[in-house]
Design a protein around this ligand. Structure first.
Ligand code: UDP
Length: 337
């Protein structure tokens, strides 16, 4: 049996890009996904096993029948707003589910995990740009659930010699360069896809004044009053996972580590809208509406630690590349309604 990477949540947005990259780089891949939010046809390589993290019998059988060397753990719920209304769902899926995974791994002597964490663990950051030392004070159950897993990983490293790298993603964006793999959330709540949906609507003859695009808040203390985010291309996130895996092999005794993943540059919502107009060539409009609950004004990474320790750097640091790749995808796969 050859060594294999288990990708939980491999049918989701970031996970599916990860599966493809691992396959392209010669890894054997097993995907474990309950397909509640993932898409079966997004899994373009490896073996797909449909199952829930809480189904430990099924998880056990995965570890029994494959020689798993490490796990990349993407399976989680990731809507901030939903987490506020349904915290039970988030703690159950993101925390309890992860613990089922970790304890199954331990039972099979698999002790290497790359974990999808988030800048939402910082809440409203005390300093900018955000380093790994910036205090973590999440302001919603989603961020809290990810922080709790980071803590579990620290405790497991001390008690059980468990090796992990938690990657704190900033705003994932973009799609496969050739438009062959993309992004499908239901409901879609993310800025970039929603802007591109509006561009598609206008491009196909919709009246620009009937815009469905909303800009949440124009009175933040930022350069144009709208929120600033650090957008990182999905394939740059994925290459960091491979770098993290390689680091775990080289440094098995380092315990639990954490790295920010961003491009060290922030764009306002209005700057993203302008960049989308430029890339798509479509002159669409938007409505300014009230702030969305729980949105910090500015989240920009200092990812220099990931760059030096993981010997990783983003290759699509210009947000227009993410926009172009996402446009390639959405133009070929417009939303159903
Ligand atoms: N945003 C917006 N309109 C939308 C969706 C998002 O103005 O329809 C803003 C949101 O307030 C935030 C930024 O765009 O400042 C990025 O939001 P997104 O939901 O994409 O990611 P988040 O930063 O919440 O993870």
């Amino acid at each position: 049996m050859s060594k294999t990477i288990l990708v939980t949540g491999g049918a989701g947005y970031i996970g599916s890009h990860m599966v493809r990259m691992l396959d392209q780089r010669g890894f054997d891949v097993v995907v474990y996904d309950n397909l509640e939010r993932g898409n079966r046809d997004a899994v373009t390589a490896g073996v797909l096993i449909e199952g829930d993290l809480h189904d430990t019998d099924r998880l056990n059988s995965v570890f029994e029948s494959h020689d798993i060397e490490a796990v990349m753990h993407f399976a989680a719920l990731a809507y901030v707003g939903e987490s506020v209304h349904e915290p039970a769902l988030y703690y159950r899926n993101n925390v309890t589910g992860t613990q089922c995974l970790l304890d199954t791994m331990r039972a099979h002597q698999v002790n290497k995990l790359v974990f999808s964490s988030t800048c939402a663990t910082y809440g409203v950051p005390e300093n900018l740009p955000i380093t790994e030392a910036t205090p973590q004070n999440p302001i919603n159950p989603y961020g809290q659930s990810k922080l709790m897993v980071e803590q579990i990983l620290k405790d497991y490293s001390v008690a059980y010699g468990f090796r992990s790298v938690a990657l704190r993603y900033f705003n994932a964006a973009g799609c496969a360069e050739d438009g062959s793999l993309g992004e499908r959330h239901d409901p879609e709540t993310h800025l970039l896809p929603l802007i591109l949906f509006e561009a598609l609507r206008v491009q196909s003859g919709g009246n620009p004044t009937d815009t469905a695009l909303k800009v949440f808040g124009n009175d933040f203390d930022t350069r144009d009053g709208t929120c600033v985010r650090d957008y990182i291309h999905v394939n740059d996130l994925c290459s960091a996972h491979i770098a993290a895996f390689e680091r775990m092999l080289k440094t098995p005794d380092l315990g639990a580590e954490q790295f920010n993943l961003g491009v060290n540059r922030g764009y306002t919502v209005l700057e993203i809208i302008d960049a989308c107009r430029e890339v798509t060539g479509v002159d669409f409009s938007y409505n300014s509406v009230a702030r969305r609950a729980g949105d910090p004004p500015e989240l920009v990474a200092d990812a220099s630690r990931a760059m030096s320790e993981l010997q990783w750097s983003p290759v699509h640091a210009d947000v227009k590349e993410s926009i172009q790749h996402a446009w390639n995808w959405f133009s070929a796969h417009p939303p159903a309604n």
